[in-house]
Design a protein around this ligand. Structure first.
Ligand code: NAD
Length: 261
């Protein structure tokens, strides 16, 4: 187990890709702070399940990624409980689909806060812990939308392009401290986030559910298949390994060829 007793924080890990990261880190022996919203009993089942399945320590923070003070407190709580913060995966994210002229202002603010600013706040709080140990891995879940755009996703595409820039900047700042900073850019991964945007895309484009799946979602992906959450998590585990110590400031695509087109 290559990450034995490392301390990891994964934002937005009660579901989807974040949960897959948490499981993969735990499988490598890391202690994990999970975070995100959801049913309290279900979250406790996830937390306790990580501990019993992987024989590691798992904690849950309800920190709201729109609240900078709660983000910093979550990172500090991780350091107190596990002795350090070695791995940060900034993953929490939401989506909203609408033409620009009717895009709700509060949705813009919420997406920029959760999908972009929360990564800044978490990195800001985690870097001192990593510098103290001379080792760290920071990974953000960006998106194919950090490289290319799609209509009706102005806030999401802006936030994800921001993640790519933030990644490069922090990578340069910490390059001599044994800390790497990268982002992973998946194409369409079948998770609740994708499921939830189907009704709005049906409305925005006047399409059926099947049309949205085949003509909008998988249309972009040359392989015509969804990426799996386990595939994304496996890339993160590689980035945490010693073999990846010279990969920093990178934006790694895992998108079935989407951004090659
Ligand atoms: P998901 O909806 O399954 O999970 C999102 C997670 O974020 C959940 O745990 C949720 O509770 C949490 N979250 C939402 N708002 C929060 C808040 N204010 N504070 C704390 N936690 C909050 O979605 P997912 O598809 O697993 O997405 C995870 C990340 O991957 C996002 O950043 C998303 O943009 C990115 N991504 C997803 C896809 C895809 O196709 N699913 C593709 C590219 C990138």
């Amino acid at each position: 187990m290559s990450l034995q007793s490392k301390a990891a924080v994964v934002t937005g890990s009660t579901s989807g890709i974040g949960l897959a990261y948490a499981r993969a880190l735990a499988a490598e022996g890391a202690n994990v702070m999970i975070n995100g919203f959801g049913d309290a009993a279900e979250i406790e089942t996830i937390r306790a399940g990580l501990e019993s399945e992987f024989k590691i320590k798992a904690l849950y923070s309800p920190a709201d990624m729109t609240k900078p003070a709660e983000i910093a407190a979550m990172v500090d709580q991780t350091a107190q409980a596990f002795g350090s913060v070695d791995i940060l995966i900034a993953n929490a994210g939401v989506q909203f689909v609408s033409p620009i002229e009717t895009f709700p202002v509060e949705k813009w603010d919420q997406i920029i806060a959760i999908n972009l600013s929360s990564a800044f706040h978490a990195m800001r709080a985690a870097v001192p812990h990593m510098k103290a140990k001379g080792w760290g891995r920071i990974i953000s879940t960006a998106s194919a939308h950090s490289l290319v755009a799609s209509p009706f996703k102005s806030a999401y595409v802006a936030a994800k392009h921001g993640i790519a820039g933030l990644t490069k900047t922090v990578a340069l700042e910490v390059a001599t401290h044994g800390i790497t900073v990268n982002c992973i850019s998946p194409g369409y991964v079948w998770t609740p986030l994708v499921e939830k945007q189907i009704p709005d895309t049906m409305k925005a484009r006047d399409m059926t559910r099947e049309q949205v799946i085949n003509e909008v979602l998988l249309e972009a992906q040359p392989t015509k298949a969804f990426v799996t959450v386990e595939q994304v998590a496996a890339l993160a585990i590689y980035l945490c390994s010693d073999a990846a110590s010279q990969i920093t400031g990178a934006n790694l695509s895992i998108d079935g060829g989407w951004t090659a087109a």
